[in-house]
Structure formats: structure tokens, C-alpha cells
Design a protein around this ligand. Structure first.
Ligand SMILES: Cc1cc2nc3c(=O)[nH]c(=O)nc-3n(C[C@H](O)[C@H](O)[C@H](O)COP(=O)(O)O)c2cc1C
Length: 319
């Protein structure tokens, strides 16, 4: 996720059980120009492995070249973004715009597969709009050009990030007897119960989690535990939330510097304190804090108040 899933975020997700993590999308044109902003997105820690670097773009040759540059960073996978619906990307014919230009999408995918010895995966959507949802055929076509796994967000591009998800076509992709590569489902997985329901509904090989992991890396632990034992662990204690937040924050400071870390971390506070009543005044102070010392002080105060979380966890038998 852009501006979210940088190395510090991925490391924390990994620590709590994510099996595979993916970089923010990296512009192929930016990478080729050697833009600092794009290059820094290629960095990761060894502990993140397996890790994918995701690239996006419209031009076949640029995507091929960008894949070669990404390969030099030695990730485990190269992932191609054919799903981003935001204006700045789509207006350049990249991301989800390629759902309206499938021959070009396949050309890019094939060219990247041939350009790298790494496995190449794709992240896409059901289609451009409700009238055009080619994902079942498209998944097969991508497989045919050498893609080794596909992740599908259960929305069309025009839906952006809202409206209802529709996982039925993901199930159809998975049930297509001609498909043999792993299929991952994505979209609105918010907890272990929803995760289990989607797995059962579609039979996908894996689930990809985005927004629900922002400030909530425990979602991976919860899902893992539920899938393995039917037990959903208790919500993290305030102490665990704060120590994880501090770990994430320190990592972000080393990665991005103090000033940017202070700004960027604002996106994470509400996630880290989700579900705890009466946190609003603290949250307001955290998002307006201007020094690291101030943040540490507020976190100390939260610990002193010692909000209680009375959730014993639950055992919910599988159906
Ligand atoms: C802030 C933000 C940035 C995102 N950036 C990317 C991206 O760079 N590459 C990508 O494949 N998807 C990106 N996505 C989409 C997510 O990966 C995911 O497909 C979408 O949010 C639906 O899944 P979720 O309901 O689990 O969040 C982004 C989503 C958000 C909210």
C-alpha cells in the first residue's frame, strides 16, 4: 500500500505472522529515472522474506527495465500492479487502466516474465466496471504468459475502495479447472471470521490483507491462530499495543528520518488504539505532536492510565 507498506510496516506485519509481504507500488518510470523516492522503495530487511517488490507503469519497455532494476535488489518476487484505480496512475494508462487494455497488460506481463528469473505475480481487480469483469478469462491469460500467482481485489476499478466487495468471481477463478497457479483473494477482510468465510466460500490459496493491518498487525496472528486451532486470541493489551507501536515508530524513524516519521505515523495511531474507548483526547494529541519526545510522553501517559481490555479471546468452532 502506497505510503503504508514500507519496510518498517512490513517488518511489523511479518513479526505477527504475515506469510508474504509486498512493497508499496514503485513507478517504473521513476525507477528508470533513478528517482530517490522510487529507489528507496526497493529496500527491505532480510527478516521480511519472502518479500515482493511491486512495480507499475504503462510502457512495456519501461516495465521490463524496471523489473530488471527491481531484481537487482534481490526480492523473492516481482509483483505487477494492474489494479490501482487512483487518478494519477490511471490517467497515465497504468494500474487498473490496463483492465481496459488487456492486450497491453498481457504484453507487459509476458515481457517482465521473460526479463527476470524471479517469479512474477499480478495484483488486479475484477474488471474496470460492472459491465466489464473479465477476471476469469484474464487470470487464465496471465497464467498463459507465465505469471506464477494472482491476487484479485474483489472490486471493479470504478468502485475505488468503497461499495460492496463481490468475491463470487474470485471463487470462479479458483474453480476454473484450467487454473493451476495460486489464487489470492483480497478485499475487506477485517478479522479472522471474515477470513475463514472467504476461504470457505472461494477455496482460494491465500488471502491478502490491506487496510485492516494498518495499526493492527495482530490481524495476522488472529487469522493464523483461528485457522490452525479455531481459537481467536484476545485483543492485544494496551502494553502490547504501545510496545509494538514504539517498535514500528522507531523503525520508521530510521527509515524515513524524524520529521517524516512524525508525519507519516499519524496514519497509524487510530489503528493501534482501535476499540479502546476514551482514547480520542490522546489520539488528538499524538497526531499534533511535533517532536518524538512529545509522542513518547503521551504514550507514557496512556500506559499510566492503563486502559483495561477485557477480551478473553474466543473459541469459535469451524462449521
Ligand atoms: C492507502 C492505500 C494504498 C494502496 N496502495 C496500493 C499499492 O501500492 N499497490 C496495490 O496493489 N494496492 C494498493 N492498495 C490497495 C490494497 O492493496 C487493497 O487491494 C485494497 O485496499 C483492498 O483490500 P483491503 O480491504 O484489505 O484494504 C492501496 C490501498 C490503500 C488504502
Amino acid at each position: 500500500m502506497e505510503d503504508i507498506s514500507n519496510s518498517p510496516f512490513r517488518s511489523v506485519c511479518k513479526q505477527f505472522g504475515a506469510d508474504l509481504v509486498v512493497s508499496e507500488f514503485v513507478s517504473s518510470e521513476g525507477l528508470i529515472r533513478d528517482a530517490e523516492k522510487s529507489r528507496v522503495k526497493l529496500t527491505f530487511e532480510e527478516t521480511e522474506r519472502p518479500v515482493a517488490i511491486q512495480i507499475f507503469g504503462h510502457n512495456v519497455e519501461s516495465m521490463r527495465k524496471a523489473a530488471e532494476l527491481a531484481e537487482e535488489a534481490q526480492p523473492d518476487l516481482i509483483d505487477l500492479n494492474f489494479g490501482c484505480p487512483v487518478r494519477k496512475v490511471v490517467k497515465k494508462g497504468a494500474g487498473a487502466a490496463l483492465l481496459k487494455e488487456i492486450p497491453r497488460m498481457l504484453e507487459i506481463a509476458g515481457a517482465v516474465v521473460r526479463a527476470t528469473r524471479l517469479p512474477v505475480t499480478v495484483k488486479t481487480r475484477l474488471g474496470w466496471d460492472p459491465a466489464s469483469q473479465p477476471i476469469v478469462t484474464l487470470a487464465e491469460q496471465l497464467q498463459d504468459v507465465g505469471i506464477t500467482a494472482i491476487a484479485i481485489h474483489a472490486r471493479t476499478a470504478v468502485q475505488l475502495y468503497g461499495g460492496q466487495v463481490d468475491w463470487r468471481l474470485i471463487g470462479e477463478v479458483k474453480r476454473n479447472s484450467r487454473m493451476h497457479i495460486p489464487v489470492f483473494g483480497n478485499g475487506d477482510i477485517t478479522n479472522a471470521l471474515v477470513a475463514k468465510e472467504r476461504m470457505d466460500q472461494t477455496g482460494v490459496d491465500g488471502l491478502m490483507i490491506g487496510r485492516a493491518a494498518i495499526g493492527n498487525p495482530w490481524i495476522f496472528r488472529e487469522i493464523r491462530s483461528y485457522f490452525l486451532s479455531g481459537y481467536i486470541p484476545p485483543q492485544p493489551s494496551i502494553k502490547e499495543r504501545i510496545s509494538t507501536l514504539q517498535d514500528h515508530f522507531r523503525k520508521l524513524i530510521s527509515y524515513a528520518g524524524e520529521r517524516r516519521a512524525l508525519l507519516e505515523f499519524r496514519k497509524f495511531y487510530s489503528g493501534y488504539f482501535r476499540g479502546i474507548p476514551d482514547m480520542k483526547p490522546f489520539r488528538m494529541r499524538l497526531v499534533t505532536a511535533t517532536t518524538i519526545g512529545e509522542v513518547e510522553e503521551i504514550l507514557g501517559e496512556i500506559l499510566d492510565v492503563g486502559f483495561q481490555i477485557s477480551d478473553p479471546g474466543s473459541r469459535i468452532p469451524y462449521l
